[in-house]
Write a protein that binds this ligand. Structure first.
Ligand SMILES: N[C@@H](CCC(=O)OP(=O)(O)O)C(=O)O
Length: 457
């Protein structure tokens, strides 16, 4: 058995009475980690249902439940984000595959969600552990008050020692208000509650440089500092399981969201959840090397170059997993929510002057009507829009330059108003509209930049 109690499957001491406190204690919890962590564990459909029969994978689910109870007994706070409603619903309705029609899939999720919760409730109840169901849609979180309410409810549940079990509210989620995959939902949940860790539990050990099922030369990716650089090196086109909607692509998106909010994100195998103990026993951050690109692509079996040695030591002896390092300076919550919690209702195109002013790292100006050249979509004030710079200049190759996504912001004016004031100075807004609700179209505090430059205006 490792120092982290990896092989300790539940024979340890029982804690004192009280809701959720009669959990199985790991034998060596003290040795693992002293800091009390907030941990979000996401379990994909492939870890919950058999891909062919759709019967629940009871052994995996039991191990997950035991792991959560041990983590709680060690003082950590744990939220479970679970898929599986559709898979469990298909089994209940004796259907072999997911129907094509959205309404039918939603109906099947409605059948399965209750049974899925009942399954978890039964397993946790064996240890006197209360659980709570939280069903979210993207739309719920698009409203700042509801977003904060969702966070407060999860915090209150954790305070009451309840295990919150989150899934997407599939029955009412459609098109653009849909997360679609629970990888993204789990990243939003982890960011929302300022978690220390997000575990994306799946049916492979970690992220590989290519599909390990078809390419025997695929190498494990162990530590990732720069996700953009990583994408240039790995092929993540795997589509995921036949029941789930996520795959490696959505896991990378989730890792990008979560690490931007300061959450260390781990991809590892769902059928072996005990490895979580070894993984959290490692320090959350480690010294970044001078070469993040090289460091991102580690093969444990290869000779390590000088620049990857720190990571080699860092991952030595650990069960296979991919660790995405949390950003050192995570975005403040409100800005992170604007960028990731809201779907963009339209796009505002800006000129070069506005681009340089709002992306200038030291200036970070608000967006004024004078710098707007176009507005696409229909939206109202306080909705979120994309801000895009469309260069007029021709590039060195003689071609028109690509659009540059600058960020996302909450507008002070509706789309029809912006079309009337774009290009004009703020002092002219009253003349154009008959009123002026705000001096700027997007205030700097409501503008989250994905791009920052040091270029002078
Ligand atoms: N919310 C859906 C699952 C969404 C989904 O497919 O997630 P995943 O299995 O993580 O790709 C369900 O409960 O069946």
């Amino acid at each position: 058995m490792s120092a982290s109690g990896q092989q300790d499957t539940g024979a340890g001491a029982m804690a004192s009475a009280g809701p959720g406190s009669s959990a199985v204690l790991p034998k060596s919890s003290k040795a693992v980690v002293d800091k009390k962590l907030t941990i979000v564990i996401k379990l994909g459909t492939s870890s919950i249902c058999d891909e062919v029969t759709h019967f629940p994978l009871l052994s995996t689910l039991s191990l997950i439940v035991e792991t959560i109870l041990k983590l709680k007994a060690m003082g950590h706070r744990v939220v479970l984000v679970t898929s599986g409603a559709i898979g469990v619903g298909l089994r209940r309705m004796d259907l072999h595959s997911k129907p094509k029609e959205l309404a039918k899939v939603q109906a099947i999720a409605a059948v399965g969600q209750g049974r899925l919760m009942s399954l978890y409730d039964d397993l946790f109840d064996k240890f006197n552990q209360p659980v709570a169901q939280i069903l979210l849609t993207k739309n719920d979180l698009a409203d700042r008050t509801q977003y904060l309410n969702a966070r407060n409810t999860i915090e209150a549940l954790l305070e009451m020692k309840v295990v919150p079990i989150v899934n997407e509210n599939d029955t009412i989620s459609v098109s653009e208000i849909r997360f679609g995959d629970n990888d993204t939902l789990s990243a939003i949940t982890a960011g929302m509650i300022h978690a220390d860790y997000l575990f994306l539990m799946t049916d492979v050990d970690c992220l590989y440089t290519d599909n390990p099922r078809t390419n025997l030369d695929a190498k494990p990716v162990l530590v990732v500092d720069d996700i953009a650089a990583l994408k240039e090196h790995v092929s993540v086109a795997s589509a995921g399981s036949s029941l789930g909607t996520g795959g490696m692509v959505t896991k990378l998106i989730a890792a990008e969201l979560a690490t931007a909010a300061g959450v260390t994100t781990i991809i590892t195998r769902g059928s072996d959840p005990h490895r979580i103990f070894d993984i959290i026993a490692q320090p959350i951050q480690h010294t970044r090397s001078a070469s993040p690109k090289q460091e991102s692509l580690l093969d444990a079996s290869e000779d390590q170059t000088q620049s990857t040695k720190s990571s080699s030591a860092f991952t030595k002896g650990l069960p296979l997993n991919t660790r995405f390092l949390a950003k050192d300076n995570p975005m403040v919550d409100r800005k992170w929510w604007i960028l990731h919690g809201l779907h963009a209702a339209g796009t505002i195109y800006i000129d070069r002057g506005a681009y340089l002013a709002i992306t200038n790292a030291s200036q970070k100006s608000s967006l004024f009507s004078a710098g707007i050249v176009d507005c696409k979509g229909t939206f109202v004030a306080q909705q979120s829009v994309r801000v895009v710079y469309k260069p007029k200049e021709i590039g060195q190759d003689g071609k028109a330059q690509d659009e540059i996504e600058v960020g996302k912001g909450l507008v002070n004016y509706a789309s029809h108003e912006i079309r009337r004031i774009m290009g004009c100075h703020s002092s002219q807004i009253v003349d154009r509209l008959g009123y002026a609700d705000a001096e700027c179209v997007i205030h700097r505090e409501n503008l989250t930049r994905t791009k920052l430059t040091t270029e002078a205006k």
